[in-house]
Design a protein around this ligand. Structure first.
Ligand code: MG
Length: 258
């Protein structure tokens, strides 16, 4: 009897552990809600690694002179002037400081820092540009930079734009690539040979069946940007694979209580 009880406790413990591991945390724009950090800074990437997040997400653009740059918004503010990132040369963008005092990083610098990470993957989001040509140039340059550093197994890609996800699939047939825009079913994504969807939680609340459908097609499911305890619990219950959040430690706490 005693042995059976011990076995039961062990089984529960192991299955609980598996459940926790099955749902992974992605730090949205890195782990930035902490001392000395800032969204999309190199510090935020290193902090995401230090808390052993599954992934650290980052947003990227192509400068007007063809340098891949890290930034979320389509514009930056320099000396009170609004500059559109894709219409501004890298040297000017490099005068902009992030909230923690870091200079806006180039993607090369970001990847070089990433080679020092031990745990986290890098989730690269390609922002949508004015033309297909510029998007193709950005995808080609960045995928080559990842290859040059032998990081293919540690990098995943996401984009709202169909052109970007198709370019990634063409340039690196094995790379994990997820679509963000919320409008395509898992069946359609399967025809595009994508790894799965990465949709806003409201889309997933409206289409909960898409999670099962995606899993049935061998896809993974990521959901953004899940920050409140209520949403985190609802998304955990929907059995998604990845939770993208500005609150990685809170998500971890809630996952550990399951
Ligand atoms: Mg993003």
């Amino acid at each position: 009897m005693k042995q059976n009880a011990l076995f039961l406790v062990l089984a529960l413990f192991i299955s609980g552990t598996i459940t926790v591991q099955a749902q992974e945390i992605i730090a949205h724009r890195g782990y930035w809600k902490t001392d000395g950090s800032a969204q999309n800074s190199i510090t935020a990437l290193m902090k995401a690694d230090s808390i052993r997040a599954y992934g650290s997400e980052v947003d990227i653009w192509l400068s007007s002179d063809g340098i891949p740059m890290v930034n979320h918004d389509a514009h930056v503010t320099l000396n009170g002037e609004k500059l559109i990132v894709q219409d501004t040369p890298a040297a000017t963008l490099r005068k902009v400081k992030l909230a923690n005092g870091e200079i806006i990083p180039t993607v090369e610098e970001y990847l070089d820092a990433f080679t020092r990470c031990k745990h986290t993957k890098l989730i690269i989001e390609f922002k949508s540009h004015n033309s297909k040509e510029r998007e193709d140039e950005l995808a080609e340059k960045v995928i080559q930079m990842v290859r040059d550093r032998n990081l293919q197994d540690r990098v995943e890609y996401i984009a709202f734009g169909i052109n970007f996800v198709q370019q990634v699939r063409k340039l690196d047939p094995k790379a994990p690539v997820f679509y963000l825009n919320g409008d395509l079913s898992p069946k359609v994504l399967a025809t595009m040979k994508l790894s799965g969807f990465d949709y806003h939680f409201n889309v997933v609340y409206q289409k909960p069946d898409w999670v099962k459908e995606a899993h049935g097609l061998g896809q993974k499911v990521n959901v953004w940007t899940v920050n409140s305890p209520e949403d985190i619990q609802k998304i955990i219950d929907l059995k998604v694979d990845y939770i993208t959040t500005d609150e990685p430690l809170l998500v971890r706490d809630i996952l550990q209580k399951q």
